[in-house]
Design a protein around this ligand. Structure first.
Ligand code: ZN
Length: 368
């Protein structure tokens, strides 16, 4: 059997195509808003990378991937679609952004969005010219359709290369992971404040969850799907593309994940006939899965999930507890644990068994 590997690159990049202008041109406004928020968020990432290192950033695989991914996101999800929208919206620039609200015109709105992409461009230029030796020659290129690009988001790749030199301690590993909470408080690195120009917290363009684990005394990071907004503001074109990229990244663990997922579901169904609450039944299923041949095991010693915007500790979901035996390194109350256990629903997850960050960690554990 060959060792499963993470597909760190997607061989042929896709760029988002917004297509023709919708009948109601304001339908694009939510996408344009996400473009603005994500441009600011990636610019924040670059400034954080620059601030944290201050000196030249090493020409490492991780830092190159980070810059390549920033350039790719700019092209595929931000500047490319924005340029297209600017062209098609030209006849509507004098109209109001919201019907009946005579404050902002489409023209003013478009200028604000364009300014966020300009801020991102300044950040990219600073990183390439100010913090890298000779901009690493010609190794980093402007991505085009069909080009090979990193399969992870800029935010994940930023933390990949920030965590790498820290390395994992050989002792007190649980305590070490606990200290990553809030990042800044642990003194390990500080998180750049992510705020939109209206002052709201930015989560778009970041993975929806992270997990950090210690494997063979190395720190390993896994990420869930990239978040592109709630139902009403969702940038679907970008979400579908980044999901396909992540699916490709995790291709070598999907079959195993689906098998474990189905076995867990069968165990829970068997437990239905027994008395007790849903929490009790799910606990029984987790226990039975731990000795099932579909259980995904590996040499992951300690692990902890984190929310990407603030790096707050999170509990592993029921599926991860059942499929992989995940436990948090941080202490949670029994009440919190019970609530978490019944939060995820089979109907909502469908057959998408590898959506959690924990699966990427598990794949990396198998590949090491
Ligand atoms: Zn999970």
């Amino acid at each position: 059997m060959t060792t499963p590997r993470v597909n760190f690159y997607v061989p042929s990049a896709e760029l988002v195509d917004l297509g023709p202008l919708p009948q109601d041109f304001r339908k694009w406004n939510r996408i344009l808003q996400v473009i603005a928020d994500v441009s600011l968020s990636i610019a924040d990432d670059i400034y954080m990378a620059a601030d944290t290192h201050r000196r030249d950033i090493a020409d490492s695989e991780e830092s190159q991937q980070f810059l390549q991914s920033c350039l790719f996101y700019r092209e595929a999800f931000l500047d490319g679609p924005l340029t297209h929208a600017e062209l098609l919206l030209r006849p509507h620039l004098a109209e109001f952004k919201v019907i009946g609200v005579k404050t902002t015109t489409m023209g003013e709105f478009m200028t604000t969005v364009r300014d966020t992409v300009k801020r991102l461009d300044r950040a990219i230029r600073l990183f390439r010219e100010g913090y890298t030796k000779n901009a690493w020659g010609l190794k980093v290129q402007i991505p085009t359709r069909g080009m090979r690009v990193p399969s992870a988001s800029p935010n994940q790749l930023l933390f990949e290369f920030l965590l790498k030199p820290i390395g994992a301690p050989t002792q007190r590993q649980k305590e070490f992971l606990q200290q990553l909470r809030g990042m800044g408080r642990g003194g390990i690195m500080s998180i750049a404040p992510r705020r939109t120009f209206t002052g709201q917290k930015v989560e778009q363009g970041l993975p929806s969850m992270y997990e950090v684990a210690v494997i063979n005394n190395r720190l390993v990071l896994g990420a869930a799907d990239v978040y592109w907004g709630k139902a009403k503001s969702l940038y679907r074109e970008a979400k579908d593309t980044t999901r396909r990229m992540r699916d490709y990244r995790l291709a070598n663990i999907q079959e195993q994940a689906l098998r474990a997922f189905r076995h867990l579901r069968a165990k829970e169904q068997q437990a239905q006939s027994q008395p007790g609450s849903e929490v009790v039944r799910r606990r029984v299923a987790i226990r039975q899965m731990s000795v099932d041949n579909a259980h995904i095991s590996g040499n992951v010693r300690v692990r902890q999930a984190f929310t990407p915007a603030e790096w707050e500790a999170a509990l592993p979901c029921y599926f991860c507890q059942g499929m992989m035996g995940c436990e948090a390194a941080v202490e949670f109350s029994n009440e919190d644990k019970d609530v978490e256990l019944t939060k995820v629903k089979w109907e909502i997850r469908g057959e998408y068994a590898h959506s959690c960050a924990e699966l990427e960690v598990q794949l990396k554990a198998q590949a090491l």
